[in-house]
Design a protein around this ligand. Structure first.
Ligand code: NDP
Length: 285
């Protein structure tokens, strides 16, 4: 068997096209341009690229973006002062603090300081709670990207056994919470580094989602024939970017598979734009 490709790049382009129309209609009816403020502390090259890409995405769909670049020695208090100013600024609808922040700054404190109605990454405890309760304000970008990739390729999660490998706050946990809500209706198993006999669990999956950060970790023997495999991992290796899944081997047993790059990553980016438009809609009634 050779798996069909879940093409995130293509789908992201399609969604950006839809969004551009929605943003234009919003601007025409409300006279307000949705605006995202990106906060970058320090000069981590990867973070700089991420922020640049996010701003480029904004421009493509007609969302305004601001860049607030602070030096690496910025104190927590200085960062909190900037966030308070952005929280109070009616022209700013979404605030994104690019992680990681330098070590003198507490990630937890900073994320908690963002006004939940502008928290377009959906990291604030209030927004996480809303997701758990099944009445989300914003959906977290990577998990929502995974859901959209499945849905728009006609792959229902209803009644499916979804096994997620990885329990981080940004991928595994929120995705598990979204999948167990009514409507998604999946049966979910979450694995982590202490899971005993991982292959015996991953082989039960109708849909296997892997987010651990280990290059080519999931091999064909760990996958049930015909399963859908979603690879969230992004690993920089001498051979370039690779996922957590051995793409060549697993393609032979899976029915559908995401490539890396070009799978979940582009959808993560597009979901930030979706959330910024949602925030602007909320802010303007
Ligand atoms: P974290 O490092 O925060 O979490 C990794 C998780 O994987 C942990 O729960 C850890 O278990 C688990 N894990 C690690 N090793 C194993 C193992 N051998 N067996 C089973 N479980 C294991 O990572 P993130 O969730 O932030 O990111 C995961 C990957 O996804 C990374 O490659 C990252 O770059 C990528 N990523 C991609 C995105 C995209 O848009 N495509 C967005 C976000 C992340 P434990 O909790 O026990 O330590």
């Amino acid at each position: 068997m050779s798996a069909e490709i879940l093409d995130g790049k293509l789908l992201a382009r399609q969604i950006r096209g839809e969004l551009a129309e929605e943003v234009a209609a919003f601007v025409a009816s409300r006279g307000v341009v949705p605006t995202l403020a990106a906060v970058l502390v320090g000069s981590d090259p990867a973070s700089e690229v991420y922020v640049r890409n996010k701003r480029r995405d904004c421009k493509e769909v007609g969302i305004e973006s601001q860049l607030h670049a602070l030096p690496v020695e910025t104190s927590q208090e200085e960062l909190l002062t900037l966030i308070a100013r952005l929280n109070a600024d009616d022209r700013v609808h979404g605030i994104l603090v690019q992680l990681p922040v330098p070590e003198q700054i507490s990630t937890e404190v900073v994320l908690a300081s963002v006004d939940p109605s502008k928290d377009v990454d959906a990291f604030h405890a209030e927004n996480v709670g809303k997701i758990v309760q099944g009445r989300p304000r914003f959906l977290p970008c990577t998990p929502n990207g995974v859901m959209e990739l499945l849905k728009r390729n006609g792959l229902s999660t209803v009644g499916q056994h979804v096994v997620i490998v990885g329990r981080s706050d940004i991928v595994g946990k929120p995705l598990a919470n979204m999948l167990i809500q009514r409507g998604a209706d999946a049966t979910v198993t979450v694995c982590h580094s202490r899971t005993r006999d991982l292959p015996s669990v991953t082989r039960l999956a109708d849909i296997l989602v892997v987010a651990i950060g280990r290059a080519n970790f999931v091999t064909a023997e760990m996958v049930k024939p015909g399963a859908v495999v979603v690879d969230v991992g992004i690993n920089r290796t001498d051979d370039g970017l690779v996922g957590d899944v051995d793409f060549a081997g697993v393609s032979e047993v899976a029915s559908w598979i995401t490539p890396v790059p070009g799978g979940v990553g582009p959808l993560t980016r597009v979901m930030l734009l979706v959330n910024t438009l949602t925030a602007a809609r909320e802010a303007t009634g």
